[in-house]
Design a binder for this molecule. Structure first.
Ligand code: G3I
Length: 367
């Protein structure tokens, strides 16, 4: 072979070897597949209740929120006892922290709440005045807080848990200590409609919700809720939606969930799953172990809820799914019921549980 030809062959050989080496390198070091997230897969907003303290003090907490969610609800910072601790003295610092964090990171902010029979300061519980004085207290609180957050909060739970569990009547006098409503007692049954009107006048751009629990039980409580919101809507009261808290447990009859979604959807209002968590220890067993059987049962239920919500509530009415906190370490359930429990999609170390993957699958995502 002549010299130039030999050189040509050697160069070709080298190029082939280089190409093969390069393709092997690509195969052994592929680009990482994108990790699925809740907000990246859901066709609606994915939210969580949050505390200002959690966001401020815990990088795992903040990091998980930023990665997975796009809607926030304040756990307690925007309720009456915090925002108006003394008559006419408003304290927005804890709520502002969450609202500003939401704005900075492009979350939707859902306000929770103006009027509830719990989380009230002593001055309200001890207030004595005629019906005009009560109306003024009630109106001032709603209007002042709504005006403060105008343009920063997309939606509000205007009235929370106004209906009794047993017969579906409005909470009024205490049946058990603390379960009556001072609002109904002092303002009459139409206080709910007026709360919506006051909120709307102060912030006409905000969507307004009635929020409660127990829709999945059916019966009198569900009937009353439907009658209440339909009545408000038909009277032209500015109500946009209904919040279905869904503090449920793994033994729930799933038919009740499907029925509730269908009946709420039929009102034409938006439906927000507003406080979802799934207890695995409703029997208060002090020796309970969170076995893989329980974990999978909980995951299947998270999946069922998200899937059924997607299929039974029309797209335009899907306001989203919000869990009540997202990590087991921050759930209200172990504290409130003084028991072990693991109700949320992330474990106490902010790791994804089977419940997370159930929820992800239910919203239509792939792992
Ligand atoms: O008041 C102090 C505050 O000054 C301090 O910064 C903070 C530090 O932890 O403690 C504050 O007390 C908190 C209180 O709310 C204020 O009202 C408690 O820690 C806190 O645990 C407490 O409970 C909240 C409760 O509502 C009352 O607001 C729960 O965290 C929250 O999960 C619970 O949420 C309710 C929904 O609003 C309605 N549906 C049921 C749900 C569970 O009960």
């Amino acid at each position: 072979m002549q010299l130039p030809l030999r050189r040509f062959f050697i160069i070709c050989l080298l190029l082939i070897v280089l190409a093969i080496a390069n393709s092997c390198k690509k195969k052994s070091n592929p680009a990482p597949a994108p990790v699925a997230t809740l907000k990246g897969n859901a066709p609606f907003y994915m939210g969580s209740a949050v505390t200002s303290n959690g966001i401020q003090s815990n990088y795992f907490y903040q990091g998980t929120l930023l990665t997975e969610y796009n809607s926030l609800t304040a756990d307690y910072e925007m309720k009456f006892d915090i925002t108006e601790p003394q008559p006419g003295t408003f304290n927005y610092a804890p709520g502002d922290y969450i609202v500003n964090f939401a704005a900075q990171h492009h979350f939707r902010m859902h306000g929770h709440n103006f009027i509830w029979h719990q989380a009230l300061p002593d001055w309200v519980l001890n207030f004595s005045g005629d019906s005009l004085a009560w109306e003024n207290l009630f109106k001032t609180h709603i209007e002042t807080e709504a005006a403060h957050y105008k343009g920063k909060v997309a939606s509000w739970d205007v009235v929370n848990e106004a209906i009794r569990d047993d017969d579906g009547s409005l909470r009024n006098k205490d049946v058990n200590p603390g379960d009556g409503s001072i609002w109904r007692r002092h303002l009459g049954p139409d206080y709910i409609a007026r709360a919506f009107q006051y909120a709307h006048e102060a912030d006409p751009g905000a969507l307004l919700f009635y929020n409660d629990y127990g829709q999945e039980w059916g019966g009198a409580k569900l009937d009353s809720m439907i009658a209440l919101v339909t009545g408000l809507k038909n009277r032209g009261i500015p109500i946009s939606g209904i919040g279905m808290q869904m503090h449920i447990d793994i033994n729930i009859d799933t038919a009740g969930i499907t029925r509730a979604f269908k009946r709420l959807a039929a009102t034409g209002l938006k439906v927000h799953i507003s406080e979802l968590d799934i207890s695995v220890n409703p029997g208060n067993d002090p020796n309970i172990v969170f076995t893989s059987v329980l974990q999978l049962k909980q995951a299947a239920l998270y999946q069922f809820i998200a899937e059924t919500y997607r299929k039974t509530v029309p797209v335009a009415q899907q306001y989203g799914i919000t869990t009540w906190e997202f990590c087991d370490a921050d759930s209200w359930i172990p504290v409130f019921f003084k028991r072990k429990d693991w109700p949320l999609p992330f474990d106490a170390h902010y790791q994804k549980k089977p419940a997370y993957f159930g929820l992800l699958k239910g919203i239509g995502g792939k792992e």
